[in-house]
Design a protein around this ligand. Structure first.
Ligand SMILES: NC(=O)c1ccc[n+]([C@@H]2O[C@H](COP(=O)([O-])OP(=O)(O)OC[C@H]3O[C@@H](n4cnc5c(N)ncnc54)[C@H](O)[C@@H]3O)[C@@H](O)[C@H]2O)c1
Ligand SMILES: [Zn+2]
Ligand SMILES: [Zn+2]
Length: 452
């Protein structure tokens, strides 16, 4: 059992130390929030324009959301530089995230018909605004899913997804008391920005929200997920405090859960358990060194107690609010008595060792019933959650990928043209044809490949 699994890992081995992640580690300390709020009131930072200007003479192929299980390819005018800190990206590859399935299944609030969706992509910089300093036209870049300003007190402390400037949603402020960052193609709760399952995407605060890929030997597939889930899965490990010798259980063996297992192994976890009900996903987890539990066959709590009687140091929820198991929560969600099912968290809190930690990386949006507050409190569990701090991690994680120390491409099962995105969503949602992660290629990707 590791005794100090929140803050310190074996620093000699720990990448956080190796690449100097102390600023992110400091997020374990309670931040003086009133100071931050005072700063914001006085903030001179100009929020980005949400709806960009468009060039009505050039068209962009995009994926539009039209309602539950209804996404359609459409032609829309191409975005152009709108704010001085913008860049316009000619997308080569994008992909579908488990978070996109919240919108696809009609579970995400704040969607409007014809919203352009998608938040993980990369491509080539076509144009930049006059204030962009670090990025040049022609650079190959990965786009961060969370949109950060890079200047507010949250961004300055590395907590980029808590950026105060990029999301103007009053609804979110009413729900949460605060607004977190804006995001591409992720409903009007996170600003209502156009998404990047598209040929062209406009990126505000380009210096902050783009990662330059200078090594042309790296394929799009190797680096694309730095825009979200590679960083997300790292974040799950940071939130849980996974380090050498830790024992870890990960609920969900979707793309995020699988990469969480990959990083747990990289960070030196002693035993890793992966829990899901889909055999091909569990098989992938085994390739990363995990022991697996199929919850459709075995009771998770009993099996975990047999396999590791004291309980794992860290339990990670990579499932989220939308999947329900039992009738109680299916019914409550159906009649809007609760928005988020807490079943995975319930299991995790029972399974985790006394004094252990539970990390919530799967998305939750609002409220749950029957949350096991007593078990959580009496066992002295620490629970942390949050959206990824993409920009804090991606430089370091790129180096690890570049060194060949990990290869996130093991989750890719399908590569399809962007024009087939509706089909790809259906497959990913239904998990048919063994679909785990789909890479969507634009026509421009083929042009780029031949010219390289
Ligand atoms: N916090 C962040 O920054 C962040 C970023 C990206 C994605 N996410 C979230 O992470 C979650 C996972 O994303 P993904 O792309 O892997 O999605 P996914 O939907 O493909 O994966 C979820 C997996 O959980 C499994 N599952 C369902 N119920 C379960 C249960 N009771 N126990 C164990 N496993 C169960 C499913 O079979 C599936 O394989 C989603 O909620 C997504 O929104 C969060
Ligand atoms: Zn995502
Ligand atoms: Zn900010």
């Amino acid at each position: 059992m590791s005794t100090n699994n929140f803050v310190e890992f074996d620093q000699s081995k720990c990448v956080d130390k190796k690449y100097g992640h102390q600023h992110v580690m400091s997020s374990f300390t309670t931040y003086p929030i009133e100071t931050i709020r005072d700063e914001i009131r006085k903030s001179p930072i100009k929020p980005p324009t949400i709806t960009p200007k468009y060039d009505s003479n050039s068209m962009s192929t995009v994926l539009e959301w039209h309602g539950k299980k209804d996404v359609r390819i459409a032609q829309r005018p191409k975005p152009i530089i709108t704010d001085d800190s913008d860049a316009i990206i000619h997308v080569t590859s994008s992909t579908i995230c488990g978070s996109d399935l919240h919108m696809y299944n009609g579970d995400m609030k704040g969607m409007l018909s014809k919203d352009i969706i998608g938040h993980e992509c990369m491509g080539i910089v076509e144009s930049i605004g006059p204030n962009v300093k670090n990025i040049k036209v022609g650079d190959r870049v990965v786009v961060s899913a969370p949109i950060a300003c890079g200047q507010c007190e949250y961004c300055k402390t590395g907590l980029f997804s808590l950026c105060d400037i990029t999301n103007d949603s009053k609804v979110m402020e009413t729900m949460y008391g605060h607004r977190i960052c804006g995001a591409f193609g992720y409903s009007h709760l996170t600003g209502g920005y156009d998404g990047c399952q598209a040929e062209w995407v406009r990126v505000p605060f380009a210096d902050v929200n783009l990662l330059k890929i200078e090594n042309n030997r790296l394929t799009d597939e190797q680096v694309l997920f730095l825009s979200d889930i590679v960083c997300t899965a790292w974040h799950a490990n940071v939130l849980g405090g996974v380090g050498p010798g830790t024992t870890v259980a990960v609920w969900g063996a979707g793309p995020v859960g699988l990469l969480t297992v990959m990083w747990a192994k990289y960070r030196g976890a002693k035993r890793i358990f992966s829990i899901d009900c889909i055999e091909e996903r569990l098989a992938k987890a085994r390739t990363q060194g995990a022991e697996t539990i199929d919850f459709s066959k075995d009771n998770v709590i009993e099996t975990m107690q047999k396999l590791l009687p004291g309980g794992p140091d860290v339990c990670i929820d990579a499932v989220g609010f939308r999947y329900t198991k039992g009738m109680v929560h299916k019914m409550q969600r159906a009649v809007f008595l609760e928005t988020d099912s807490p079943e995975v968290l319930d299991e995790a809190i029972v399974v985790v060792r006394k004094g252990g930690s539970v990390a919530i990386i799967g998305d939750y949006f609002y409220k749950s019933n029957q949350f096991p507050i007593g078990t959580f409190m009496e066992k002295a569990v620490t629970m942390r959650g949050g959206q990824l701090y993409c920009q804090s991690y991606w430089h370091d994680l790129l180096k690890i990928i570049e060194n060949g120390e990990v290869d996130p491409t093991f989750i890719i099962t399908h590569t399809m043209e962007l024009s087939r995105a509706a089909e790809a969503y259906k497959m990913f949602d239904e998990k048919s044809d063994g679909t785990i992660k789909v890479v969507l290629k634009t026509a421009f990707a083929a042009v780029q490949q031949t010219s390289n």
